[in-house]
Design a protein around this ligand. Structure first.
Ligand SMILES: NC(=O)c1ccc[n+]([C@@H]2O[C@H](COP(=O)([O-])OP(=O)(O)OC[C@H]3O[C@@H](n4cnc5c(N)ncnc54)[C@H](O)[C@@H]3O)[C@@H](O)[C@H]2O)c1
Ligand SMILES: O=c1ccn([C@@H]2O[C@H](COP(=O)(O)OP(=O)(O)O[C@H]3O[C@H](CO)[C@H](O)[C@H](O)[C@H]3O)[C@@H](O)[C@H]2O)c(=O)[nH]1
Length: 328
């Protein structure tokens, strides 16, 4: 199978590309390298281009016959989406439309889309199922919800089959340390804590200690990036073997508080970096955990790395390598 991976030079896309390559897929990555890296593309061909460039996209789809498209390319920083919403509607929503135009014109049969738990907004229940109300509270989540809708509408009107994966909190790195998260100015908790542990930041803040949780800090469902990556391969296989379209949560169904995560990073690294307890960050729900019964049942997806210490260890090992790579 020949597959197109948009955003395949980024953090999550590069882990999926590696698994696709190892599974024997013929991979073409399309990425503008705005937050991705050439070195992160370990398999297949990298075409450097922008999803906003409709002529380049048309040429790409004319040059290849794709059996599937995996669409990762996006902007992903929630506070930036609040300050500059049109950047998110342009790159995440309009550029998804550009891609779907080609998918339709070339009758690509299968699509896997990177969505997010941010489409649920501030859910009433802490463990969220796919049927929960979609009520994003920021432009990032809204831009993804609109993309989901375009995909499901196109599928209803054509032969396209889709798997929309709603990721919870993605973390960790390839356990063999070949690739990892190199996003500039990352805001994700585990990445930030690992930057502290490796001396790249002097300290960090805990945003809010008065939440309705066991220690007052927010609970999130941290999923190892390679378990998330394997869900994409399973999704492609499912559709290729005659399975239908699905919208599936990607998470382990359990959660850790911010304090618990920071404690694990300190213990695994052996570094006691400064942590300041501050007020709430706008828009953070108390707790977000995935009901993952549907993905397990539908794709026979079985996580291999459901272990916070392992997730942190892989992230930390990668952070050290990435630091050494930049200082070399
Ligand atoms: N990281 C998370 O915790 C998380 C959680 C939920 C959903 N997601 C989704 O997963 C996907 C991948 O996220 P990531 O964490 O790997 O981010 P990332 O920034 O590392 O990867 C995004 C990739 O897309 C590329 N890109 C961006 N705009 C492009 C454009 N217009 N044309 C071509 N390439 C473009 C970037 O260069 C980069 O390589 C995104 O769609 C994101 O919304 C991520
Ligand atoms: O320096 C930090 C960074 C984060 N946090 C806290 O740690 C928790 C996790 O925050 P992240 O920024 O790592 O992740 P979010 O839960 O805010 O969001 C992430 O997961 C979501 C899905 O659950 C979306 O996909 C979103 O795009 C992605 O950034 C939050 O309570 C946050 O307030 C801190 O206390 N200090």
């Amino acid at each position: 199978m020949k597959v197109l991976v948009t955003g395949g030079a980024g953090y999550i896309g590069s882990h999926v590309v590696r698994q696709l390559g190892e599974a024997g897929y013929d991979v073409v990555v399309y990425d503008n390298l705005s937050t991705g890296y050439k070195w992160a593309v370990t398999h297949g061909e990298l075409v450097v281009g922008d999803l906003a460039d409709v002529d380049a996209l048309a040429a790409l789809f004319s040059a290849h016959t794709f059996d599937g498209v995996l669409h990762f390319a996006a902007n992903i920083v929630v506070p930036e989406s609040v300050e500059n919403p049109l950047k998110y509607y342009s790159n995440n929503t309009r550029n998804t439309l550009n891609l779907l135009m080609q998918v339709q014109a070339h009758r690509v049969p299968h699509m896997v889309f990177s969505s997010t738990a941010a489409v649920y907004g501030m859910p009433e229940l802490k463990v969220i199922s796919e049927s929960a109300l979609l009520s994003p509270i920021n432009p990032y989540g809204a831009s993804k919800m609109m993309s989901e809708r375009m995909i499901t509408d196109l599928a209803a009107a054509s032969g396209l089959k889709y798997t929309i994966l709603r990721y919870f909190n993605v973390a960790g790195a390839d356990v063999e340390g070949r690739i990892g998260q190199a996003t500039p100015e990352a805001t994700h908790l585990i990445k930030v804590a690992c930057e502290c542990a490796t001396g790249q930041r002097e300290g960090m803040k805990v945003f809010g200690t008065d939440y309705d949780t066991r220690d007052g800090t927010c609970i999130r469902d941290y999923i190892h990036v390679d378990d998330l990556a394997s869900a994409h391969i399973k999704a492609l296989e499912h559709m290729a073997n005659g399975g239908g379209s699905n919208i599936l949560n990607c998470g382990y169904g359990r959660g850790f508080t911010v304090t618990e995560v920071i404690d694990v990073v300190k213990r695994v690294s052996g570094v006691d970096f400064p942590v300041e307890l501050t007020g709430r960050r706008e828009g953070d729900p108390d707790a977000l955990m995935a009901d993952n019964a549907l993905i397990k049942g539908t794709l026979s997806w079985e996580p291999q790395f459901d272990d916070l210490e392992l997730i942190v260890r892989s992230a930390l090992e990668w952070e050290k390598k990435w630091l050494a790579k930049r200082s070399a």
